[in-house]
Design a protein around this ligand. Sequence first.
Ligand SMILES: Nc1ncnc2c1ncn2[C@@H]1O[C@H](COP(=O)(O)OP(=O)(O)OP(=O)(O)O)[C@@H](O)[C@H]1O
Length: 294
Amino acid sequence: MTLEVYGLHKFFGNVIAVNNLSFVLKRGEVLGLLGQNGAGKTTTIKMLLGLLKPDKGVIMWDGKKLDRSSVSIGYLPEERGLYPKSKIIDQLRFFGRLEGMSKKSVDQSINYWMEKLGMSNYKSMRANELSKGNQQKIQLIGTLLHNPEIVILDEPFSGLDPINASLLSSIIEEQIKLGKTVILSSHRMEQIEKFCKKICILKKGRVVLSGKLDEIKQNYSYRNFTLTASPETEQFIKKLGLPYKKDAAEIIIKVKNYDESIQLINLFKQNSIPIRNFQVAEPSLNEIFIEKVK
Ligand SMILES: Nc1ncnc2c1ncn2[C@@H]1O[C@H](COP(=O)(O)OP(=O)(O)OP(=O)(O)O)[C@@H](O)[C@H]1O
């Protein structure tokens, strides 16, 4: 099963919300959909969900045009979507029934997920009686209740404390292992780095970077050469006229590659400037993101 998106466009009047987006996502793969506010992520998700019709382009699932009746999708929206006055159990039963589940399987699945997420005692409560984080957990149950093939999570960690965030991380990992096709949209780059092998960065609807995160990092134009700062090292770097960034006790110099860092180390050695610690590392996704969207 593969999700294929080709040449997707969506216009709102003069605004091109999504401009020629393409990606391919196989079963068990996770795509990190990134972009600043207004970049076109939600519009993309809405087209995948069939809530908006693309103006151009095609979305395919398993080699055929994606049809919501032939694929199950679980969607966790960024905003809260529970009915405030309804009981949790009734809402979850309703979500499950909407997905075509039988009464028995809905209840079995609700029990399974409620227990897994430590929410069993909340079944009879109304959504507005729950904390923000617990509402998020109920929405997550609503997303996964019907064992969907495609899982779309928009800022899934928002409002979760560290314990629940770690619980959610393990659930996402489990979904990936189960072979789900996952799309994760988040402004928190460390989460994207953790789960996503593929990324797609949007800027004003247009793709500015997409592909396998590993390859993107490997082929990126620089490496970070990080040194433990000392007045001597900093003075020497200034003398060399190298641009650098200081971050707490570290000095970071952008180098082209590993060889260039070795040359730098040799320069330090030749000039008897001691180096306490150094590291050569690929840029982080956070750095790449900022450079691509700024
Ligand atoms: N229904 C709509 N009518 C008109 N313009 C819209 C509509 N929905 C979205 N847009 C515009 O399309 C663009 C993309 O919006 P979208 O909501 O997809 O961004 P986003 O990447 O999800 O942003 P955020 O991170 O803030 O959720 C924006 O310029 C937005 O103003």
